[in-house]
Design a protein around this ligand. Sequence first.
Ligand code: SF4
Length: 318
Amino acid sequence: MKPENTEEWHSTDLTDHCPARVRLRLQGKISNRAPTAMVRGMLAGSALEYIHAHKTEHWGHEDMVWKAIDYAAYALRETLEEDNRILTDAAEKALKAELPDELEVVIESYVRRLAPLFAKTSHVGAEVPIRCSHSGVDFASHLDLVIYDPENVFLCKDEGHAGGLTVFDWKWRKDTPSKAYLARNQQFLLYWLACKHGKAQIDDGDDGKIWFAFNEHPGMAWVHLPSLKPYTRKVITKDDEGNEREFKKGDDRPLRQVIRVIKFEPSRAEDAMRSLCKKVEMYKNGFWPQNPDPVGCGICEAEDFCTRFDTVQLEGDE
Ligand code: SF4
């Protein structure tokens, strides 16, 4: 099938900064290697899914964190096999060496710091499939974590807003996202619109699944997992109460650096949906421009298939 005829558009197709890569990916022209950065993100996601499958009062159990990491390593191998991917040598080495320890620090901090807050919320689901349609375009995605937060303990919703539906996206990226970036993030935009206008597949409470319309704009947060690591040096910054103070090496970073709240403006919803549909329209018309990126091209999974114009090896090329 031509990529232009794709039936369901996934959030990753809409948010990739390089449309050329989306086209190559839809054509199946991507490397089957799983590099360390991808493996780290997959491990963290599965470990947190495991944690959230348990009641918060059990999160503090002695071996909970390591059970989650072991489960994540098992789930990773299964997923790689299903996707016909293989670990790079570096990822294989990292999986046996630093990744489990790095994950332990982050998951332990997640459990210790966030369990008291999650205890005041109710769990809806993790890795929740969601679908929505607009102007003849079908969108599909998965939500990392969905909860109801009626007391607004995560401060993701405006005061007095009914419901308390909240979506969390677990991210393990080097760079902390800026407000300017989050305000334009089309992945979150799609989540926000789909919760209001689409349907999500959730547990029916009887070992089955149902497609359910939340019919609500959710509160949303980018959960910046690397910020769960403690400070590695002395830093002066604002704490969660807004007071400037000194943090020492080994101190937890303020929670506002971990839970990065995104609040879209409901009056902008129609424009937002139009902008997502316009992007799909562009793809359907065969416009998939290359957006070379000095850092991104070096780790692009479609790089082997993408046109390049140099003939000599550049410094930094493998
Ligand atoms: S190598 Fe660069 S320009 Fe080519 S598809 Fe990947 S990100 Fe886009």
